[in-house]
Design a binder for this molecule. Structure first.
Ligand code: ADP
Ligand code: MG
Length: 448
């Protein structure tokens, strides 16, 4: 997560500012119970800047990234924090501590998130069919709806519901083998197993579980070898009457180049959509979240926040976290005015909510009289490179998609390529008036 935040900020700041605030700033430790994230900064100026300007973004970004709640505490390098335990041994070099914690706390993706339970899932218009199906599956796995395929937009609760099934199964059968994975993990595991000749272990891991949860399966698009492997995994589990649950941002038939036999197998069970929550559901979710956090937020404020974010529940929760951070920093109580101030900068992304990267590609391709295929392709001639970089830049500015996600949408490019493109265009805008006006006009076109 720290890396992710740094990448995000590297794009937002120029190099000098980035180095000043980030280069010598490092996470030291994270306490799971208190959520305290100790961060070492180089000097008092950096400490002040982080507390005033970056802390709330960090909180929000951590939350948005993987639901991690953090309470940043800044500590000037070399000065021991008040609660540091003094040991007689020589002090550990800071670097070592950092790596240790990163491995331990920052990159966990295989386990279930404690909070994603049925108890914590607010049912409402938009998700009640999916919730009902998930409950049915949890109740009798491997029988009715196999596979269960949950699809819908970003941040609507797909991962939450899927993991709730896992929790429920483990609550009833603590020894059950539940495997939750992001589809990319399956891809990586498979590739590694070929490289390391450990295919047996790979198959053991995936083909012998009681419940297989594969999140965001749209990333299997166009990957033939992976699809082939997943087909056999699927067949084995299905024949053993083991439950399979998948999520995706779209229907199987809409996943590019998904093999016929997978499409058809995915439809054997039940496909159920989650659609955006109505206002009432959004308020209920916020109220639940505020209670869980021990916050006092009056109805008017809940209503206000819920009215500001109307599609993505992760963003909705992020908005509450942001209001909370604002209140802490300003030392004020939470009320409508404060919420209004805290959320002022949500407007840009909000205004463009629902804007799809594919739409951006289409408009940019049209503008430069090239094609979306070329934008997603690998050609390195200037007439294509510039439009491609502009399209990546606009995807970054106008949607809330992450760098890897944007890379994915551009023919599976690496996130560093996207980062480079964004930096490049950001600089070009300052010195090249053609690029500046193109970006300006495109932004206007996309705003409509
Ligand atoms: P998706 O996988 O569809 O992108 P997530 O499952 O990650 O979305 O949900 C985003 C955030 O919103 C999570 O923190 C999740 O707990 C929360 N959330 C989504 N739907 C609900 C709901 N109905 N009730 C409570 N929290 C929800
Ligand atoms: Mg998800």
């Amino acid at each position: 997560f720290w890396q992710h935040f740094n990448d995000e900020m590297r794009i937002r700041f120029n190099e000098v500012a980035y180095n000043a605030w980030f280069k010598n700033t490092k996470p030291l430790s994270y306490n799971k119970n208190t959520h305290e994230l100790k961060i070492s900064v180089q000097n008092p100026v950096a400490k002040g800047y982080w507390e005033k300007n970056l802390a709330s973004q960090l909180i929000q970004s951590a939350y948005g990234y993987n639901g991690m709640e953090i309470l940043p505490v800044f500590q000037i390098e070399g000065e021991a924090g008040p609660e540091r335990i003094v040991t007689p041994e020589p002090r550990q070099p800071a670097k070592q501590t950092v790596t240790h914690h990163q491995n331990d706390e920052f990159t966990k993706d295989l386990s279930l998130n404690d909070k994603y339970t049925f108890d914590n899932f607010v049912q409402g218009e938009g998700n009640k069919l999916a919730a009902g199906a998930a409950l049915a599956v949890a109740d009798s796995p491997g029988s009715f709806y196999n596979p269960l395929f949950i699809f819908g937009g970003v941040g609507l609760g797909k991962t939450h519901l899927m993991q709730a099934i896992g929790h429920q199964m483990l609550a009833e059968r603590p020894n059950a083998k539940v495997v939750y994975i992001q589809s990319e993990t399956f891809v990586n595991d498979f590739i590694n197993s070929i490289k390391n000749k450990t295919q047996d272990q790979f198959r053991e891991k995936y083909r012998t579980c009681d419940l297989l949860l594969v999140d965001d399966i749209q990333f299997f698009a166009k990957k033939e070898g992976i699809q082939e492997e997943f087909f056999h995994t699927f067949e084995t589990l299905y024949n053993d009457q083991k439950q399979i649950v998948m999520t995706s941002d779209r229907l199987p038939t809409e996943i590019p180049d998904l093999s016929e036999r997978l499409v058809s197998r995915f439809t054997w069970g039940l496909q159920v959509e989650i659609t955006p929550p109505d206002l009432e559901t959004r308020i209920a979710i916020l109220r639940r979240k505020a209670e869980a956090e021990g916050l006092t937020v009056d109805d008017a404020t809940l209503n206000y926040i819920a009215s500001q974010v109307d599609t993505n529940i992760r963003e909705l929760e992020g908005a509450l976290v942001k209001v909370q951070a604002h209140a802490t920093i300003e030392k004020e109580d939470i009320n409508v005015n404060l919420a209004h101030d805290a959320l002022a900068d949500l407007k840009l992304v909000q205004k463009n909510r629902g804007l799809q990267i594919s739409k951006i590609q289409e408009v940019v391709a049209n503008y430069f009289q090239t094609s979306t295929e070329e934008l997603k392709g690998k050609k390195r001639v200037r007439q294509i490179v510039i439009p491609r970089q502009i399209a990546m830049y606009l995807s970054r500015e106008l949607t809330d998609a992450s760098l890897p996600k944007i890379g994915q949408e551009f023919g599976g490019k690496d996130h560093t390529t996207v980062m480079h493109a964004c930096d490049k265009i950001k600089n070009q805008i300052k010195i090249d008036s053609d690029i500046k006006s193109a970006v300006f006009e495109l932004t206007q076109m996309l705003d409509r």
